[in-house]
Design a binder for this molecule. Sequence first.
Ligand code: N01
Length: 857
Amino acid sequence: MGSDHDVVVIGAGFAGLYAVHKLRDELGLDVQGFDAAGGPGGTWWWNRYPGARCDFESVHYSYSFSDELQREWRWSERFAAQPEILAYLEWVADRLDVRKAFRFSMRITSLVWDDGTERWTVGTDDGKTCTARFVVSAVGNLSVAKEPEFPGVDRFGGQVLRTSAWPHEGVDLTGKRVGVIGTGSTGIQVIPEVARQAAHLTVFQRTPNFAAPLGNHPIDEDEARWLAENHEEVRAGSRENFLGAPYEAPRPSALADPPEERRKVYDEFYGKGGFRLVISTYQDLLFSKEANDTIAEYLRERIRERVEDPRTAELLCPDDHPYATKRAPFETDYYETFNRDNVDLVDVRSAPIETLTETGLQTAADHYELDVLILATGFDAMTGPLLHMGVVGRDGLTLNEKWAQGPKAYLGIGVHGFPNLFTLTGPQSAVALYNNPLAIEDHVDFAAAAIRRVLDGGAGTFEPTEEAERTWGAMTEGVLNMTLIPQAKNSWYMGANIPGKPRAAFIFPGGAPLYRAITQEVVGTDFGGFAIGGEGRPIPPMVQLDPAVALVLGLMLVNGAKPLEECTLEETRAAVESFTMLQAPPRDLRIVRTTFPSPAGEREARIYVPDAEGPLPVVVFFHPGGWIAGSLEVSDEPCRTLADELGAIVVSPDYRLAPEDPFPAATDDTFAALRWVADTIAEHGGDPSRLVVMGESAGANLAAVAAQRARDEGGPQLAAQVLLYPPIDPQADTASKREYVNGPFLSVAAAEGMWNAYLGDPANASSPLASPARASSLAGLAPALILTAQCDPTRDEAEDYGRALAAAGVPAEVRRMSGMIHGVFNMSGIVPRSRELYDAVGEFLQPLFSRAASPVG
Ligand code: N01
C-alpha cells in the first residue's frame, strides 16, 4: 500500500490548483495532487488548437481569491488566447508553489471507497495506489472527448487531429486539404484560423449554431495595468450577476419593447461582444420561445448580412433550437470565413458522414479528398470525466451504475453512497452557466468548509442524504424545464450529444446568485441535506422550494432585490408593488371604481364584476403588504382571476397603512368595508347572503379579524372566510418560525418589523383585533379555509388557528402548499403551481355558494 494523505486532488486546472492551495496552505492538510497532463493548466493544457481562447473577458475569467494575483498579472487581450491563459495558470501554480503537490502525467484508474477505514484507495496508471480520507475531483466537465460515431479513423491515410488533444509542437497546415467536423464553440474558433493556413478547408456541418461576435481586441499596457490595479472595482458585482460577470442588467422582456427598440438593444450588445448578448439584453430570452424568436431572427439576419452566398448563408442559419439553449459560441470572422474561395460548407445533416476512407471522408452524397481531418466534435460532458476513473463507492456500487439513468449529485458536488468525494463543477451544479473560475472558487471553498467541519467535529464521513440528492435532482430538472434548454437537440447540457447517453438534467441553469444563495444556506444550516458521520441533516428551506419559486427568488437576486428586513419603508412598498411583474397578464373584466365610508373618511374600492347571471356571491378581498405596504393595484390581477373563476363579485377595498396609521386603523377600515359591501352590493348584482371575507397575508389577518367582528358586532352574516397564509400572532412560538427564520423571502425579522409597525404599541399584540387567536372564543365563526405555504415562518401559527377553529366547532379546512413561499398568490405569471391556490379556493367555496343559493339550503 502506498502513501496515505488527508486529501487527494485530481486535476491541475483552475479547480485543482486552487483546491491544493486552499486545503494545503489554509487548512494545513496533507494534499496529494494528480493530473494526466504533463503540467498545470487543465483544459488549457490540452486544448491548444489555433483560435482557442476564453469568451468571458480575461479579467473576469481569472481567479478572484487573491488580491496579489489579480494585481500582478497583466492580460494582453480582452479575451486571452490559450497560450496566455496557460502561462497565467503556470504562473499561478508557481506563485502558490503548488506544482510540487502534483504528480503529472499520471492518470487515475481507480477510486475505491473503504467503509472500514473510511478512506479512498486511489489507483494510478503506473500501477501504484495511495489512500486518502477525502478526494476532491477537479477533473473538469469537458475533458473527455467524444468518440467519433463513424468508422474508418484507422483507415484514413491522412492525419486526424482532435482539438482537445492538439499536438504541442503545433501543426503546419500550409498547402493542405483540411476538413473540420463540428461547429460548436471549438469548431467556430478553429475554422477561421485553419482557413487562413490551409490550401482548402471543408467544413462538415451537421447543426448550424448561433454565433455572435466575441469583440476581442488587444489591451495596451496602460489599460492592462489599470484593469489589474482596479480589479476590485472592475469585478464588483460579478457574483450577483446570473452568469457571474459584472454585465449590465437585462430589460425584463423582449416582447415588451417595440421591434425598433429591440433591434437597438440587440445591435448594441452584438457590438459589445461576448455573453452580454445573452445576459444583458432581455431577461426572458431563455424562458419564452416567443421572446427567443426575436433574437434568433435577429442573429439569422446578421448571418445573411455577413455571408455573401445566399445558399451558404441559409445553411449557416440555425432553425432547430432556440438561441442559447445550446451553449452560445462567440466568434471572430467566423461567418466571413465562408466568403473565402478556399472554404466550402458541406451539410452533413441531409447527407450524413458515413466513413473515413484511405483518402478522405465519405458522406451519403459525396466523397471529399483530405490530407487532414480535425475533429471538433465535443465532449462526453459533465459526467464523462468522473465516469472514466473507475469510481466505486460504498458496498461496491460503481458510479457508472449509480448514474446509469443520468447524474445524481446534491448541489452537483456530492453523491450519496460516495462519501468524502467532492465533485467540483460536477453535473447538476451551476457551472455551465457560471463564469468558471468563480464557480470553481465557490466549489473549492464549499469543499474546504465541509472538510474542515468534518475534521473539527471528529466525524469520519460526509455525504449527501439520498433524500437531499433526490430533491436536488427534482429542483434541477424543474428549473431546467422552466427554460427553453430542453428544446435543443444534441446539446451536451442534456447529455444528448453522445449516442446512448441518458438524456437528463446535467446542468443547473438557475444562475450564479440562486445557486450561491442555496449553497450558502446549506453551509449556514450546518450542511443541511448532508450526513456528517452518518447523521443526516434536514434539507434546508431553499432546497425544499418548488423549482419555479426558486427561479423567482433567483430572478429577484439577479435584479438586486434586498432582503425585506433590510428595506426601508419606501423600499418595502416598492417591493410589494413589484409583485405585479410576477403576475399573469390581467384578465379582462368589468371593474367599478368607487369609494366606501371608512372611519377616516371615504376610501377607494374596486368592484370586479364577472360576466355571469346574478345575483352573484360576493368575496371581499383584503390585499397583502404587512399592514405597511400593498395597494388595490397589487391585488388587481388576483381579484380579476378570482371573480372570473368563482363567478363571484370580488370587492377589493383600500385601507389605511402603518406606520402612518397603526392598529386599529386597518381593521377598522376593512371591517367598515365589509359592512358597506353587505349593505350595498345588491346594487351591483351581488347576493349579500353569500358573502365571503378573504385576504392574503396581512390582508388575511384582517379578514380573520373581520370575521370575528362580524360575529361579535352584529353582522354581517358570512358564508365563509378564506385566509391565505395569515399571520395570526406576533408572539407565536412555532417550529416554522425556527425552520424558516431566514425565509425564503419572508423572514421572521421582516415579519416582526411589519408587526411592530402595525401594532404601534406592543401591548396591542394581546388584542384579538390584532391576534385573532387570542379571542375568548372561536365558536360560531364562519367556515374557514386556511391555505399555508410550506416554506413560510407564519405557516404553523396559521395552521394552529385552523385547528383551534375546528376545536371550537367551526368547519375549518387547512391546506398546506408544498414547496411554496409567502406571497406565492402573486406569482401566477411564473409559478404554474400558484394555480393550486385558486383551485383550493374554488373547491371550498363552490359548494357553500350553491348551498346558500338553493331555496332549501
Ligand atoms: O463541442 P460541442 P465543442 N457528425 O458539443 C458536431 C466549451 N468551449 O467542443 O450539434 C457531424 O458544442 C456537433 O454537431 P451536432 C463550451 O462550453 C468553450 O465545440 O451534434 N457532426 C457540433 O457541431 C462548449 O459548449 C470555449 O449536430 C458532429 C460539434 O460537433 C464546450 O466546450 C471554446 C458529429 C460539437 O460541438 C463544447 O464545445 C471551446 C458527427 N458524428 C469550447 N459529432 C470558449 O470559448 C459531433 N458533431 C471558452
